[in-house]
Write a new protein. Structure first.
Length: 145
């Protein structure tokens, strides 16, 4: 399947009326977490990268925190996922790839939901009360960015 078709269908399924911002690399939010899709048709035409922003890394993070992140990265790297630091803002990024094939739409929805759960474990809890919509972790809650 083509990247544009998969993302347009995914946006339709989750209630994003205009897929253009998502196709252009814009953010959407799942359980208050910023996500985005990346696609490089020249480097990896059959893959879409699902990118989740885990937020800023505390400047006072000690060696134990960095050790944990590197351990997490190793565990996830073995399954095709990775942790990194975004050069544009210094935030911790969690990324996974999804193959663009006949099952891409289903896998994309599964990966975004699973990643949101994983990122909630990695990311500090936001201040303030969570909404009822955010509390339903069993369902995908998506709003455009």
């Amino acid at each position: 399947m083509q990247y544009e078709d998969v993302v347009a269908q995914w946006c339709e399924q989750v209630g994003i009326a205009d897929p253009a911002p998502v196709l252009a690399g814009g953010s959407f939010f799942v359980h208050r977490l910023p996500f985005g899709f990346l696609h490089d048709p020249q480097a990896a035409p059959d893959l879409v990268i699902v990118r989740a922003d885990c937020g800023p890394i505390a400047s006072d993070s000690g060696a134990a925190a960095w050790t944990r992140l590197l351990q997490e990265n190793f565990v996830h790297f073995m399954s095709g996922a990775s942790l990194g630091i975004a050069p544009e803002n210094g935030h911790l990024i969690y990324a996974e790839t999804v193959k663009l094939d006949e099952h891409a739409l289903e896998r994309l929805a599964e990966r975004v939901l699973a990643m949101s759960r994983r990122v909630l474990q990695l990311r500090p809890k936001p201040a303030g009360p969570a909404s009822a919509r955010d509390a339903r972790l069993g369902r995908l809650c998506v709003v455009p960015g």
